[in-house]
Design a protein around this ligand. Structure first.
Ligand SMILES: Nc1nc2c(ncn2[C@@H]2O[C@H](COP(=O)(O)OP(=O)(O)OP(=O)(O)O)[C@@H](O)[C@H]2O)c(=O)[nH]1
Ligand SMILES: [Mg+2]
Length: 339
């Protein structure tokens, strides 16, 4: 399935149906009173979060959604039918913004959550409605009210418990593949991963969701490489899993590049709990691991974990460390990161 996390959609709700002007006409009944029915209500346009979707790709192909108009009222006091609603199905984690892309209208974070973004117009009253003791034959009915039109922006921010960040080639996708059933593309060139992917991780009989993200490079906040637009997907993560390629020249320097990009991106990403991990341990000598760990420790000011997604060494420790932070934030407890 193709990935798309932003879409612009035009929606219009249905206008209400017109009220009807009509009079009862029957043989032998003189002056039959008014019997024009009311118009039906126009359909609403709503957005609903559903399970089983993880992209907004559908909205690349269809961008206009119009709900049905309400039916007109009819004689014999028959009301017009209400127009059918239109429901846009979106993945969990979708935010709805005004056309400006900044004013948030709704944030759909749970399955079944729904936001009505354009209300259908009310139907007009038929002339039956206007009869009174002084006007027993009203020749007046209301027109239906118009519907609303608006352009909205949908923005998907995946909901994952943990997010994988790091330079390209750090081994992020390999790690996700090793700990979940996800099958991300893995290769020894930068920018193998072009869009985020989720995997469900099981550890000690518990589960959490881990998101693999495209690599960041220096200048990502200015658009270099794939830029930092996918970082938005980590905004809701409880913890960041920062992988640093053990085979890189200086693990400490690699760490700092990514941290600078997080800082430039803003949105308090640097305040998130972070688990720092040196990757590809199987490809390193003991001596190399020692020097890289020392450099890394100096840069991040905590003891990094060491892992090999290939051999599995250190993997359970990383998963447990993640789970610990996830649990702590779930309970709303203060997190004290190990120094
Ligand atoms: N020896 C060894 N190689 C690894 C390990 N993890 C990843 N690699 C290799 O490193 C290369 C990059 O791995 P990826 O998982 O694609 O890296 P990535 O961080 O997802 O890279 P991008 O998607 O480009 O950001 C691949 O050739 C992997 O086989 C590991 O634990 N040990
Ligand atoms: Mg990758």
């Amino acid at each position: 399935m193709k990935f798309l996390d932003e879409a612009k959609v035009y929606v219009a709700s249905g206008a209400g149906g017109n009220g009807c002007i009509s009079f009862r006409r029957e043989k032998f009944i003189e002056f039959g009173g008014p019997n024009g029915g009311d118009g039906g209500k126009g359909g609403d346009v709503a957005v609903e979060a559903v399970n089983g979707l993880n992209t907004l790709i559908d909205y690349r192909y269809q961008q206009h959604f119009k709900a049905q108009r309400g039916g007109n009222g009819m004689g014999k006091d028959r009301a017009g039918a209400n127009g059918k609603d239109v429901v846009l199905k979106v993945p969990i984690g979708t935010q709805i913004y005004e056309e400006d892309g900044e004013t948030l209208i709704a944030d759909l974070t749970e399955v079944g959550q729904r936001a009505t973004i354009a209300r259908g117009g009310n139907g007009g009253f038929g002339n039956t409605h206007f009869k009174s003791s002084t006007n027993r034959a009203p020749r007046h009915a209301n027109p239906g009210q118009p519907g609303e039109e608006r352009t909205i922006r949908l923005r998907l921010k995946l909901i994952a418990d943990a997010g994988l960040i790091g330079l390209p080639n750090a081994g992020k996708s390999t790690f996700l593949a090793a700990v979940s059933a996800a099958k991300p593309k893995i290769a020894d060139y930068p920018f193998t991963t072009l869009h985020p992917q989720l995997g469900v991780v099981e550890v000690d009989g518990r589960e959490f969701v881990l998101a693999d993200l495209p690599g960041l490079i220096e200048g990502a906040h200015e658009g270099t490489g794939l830029g930092d637009r996918f970082l938005g997907h980590t905004e809701r993560c409880r913890v960041l899993l920062h992988l640093i390629d053990g085979a890189s020249e200086d693990a400490g320097a690699s760490y700092k590049i990514v941290r600078r990009e997080l800082e430039a991106y803003g949105h308090d990403l640097t305040d998130k709990p972070e688990i720092v991990v040196l990757s590809k341990a199987d490809a390193l000598t003991k001596e190399a691991i020692r020097t890289q760990t020392a450099k890394l420790k100096k840069a991040c000011k905590k003891t990094p974990l060491v892992v090999s997604a290939h051999s599995g060494e250190g993997v359970p420790e990383v998963l447990r460390a993640l789970l610990k932070v996830i649990d702590a934030t779930r309970e709303g407890a203060e997190i004290k990161e190990d120094a």
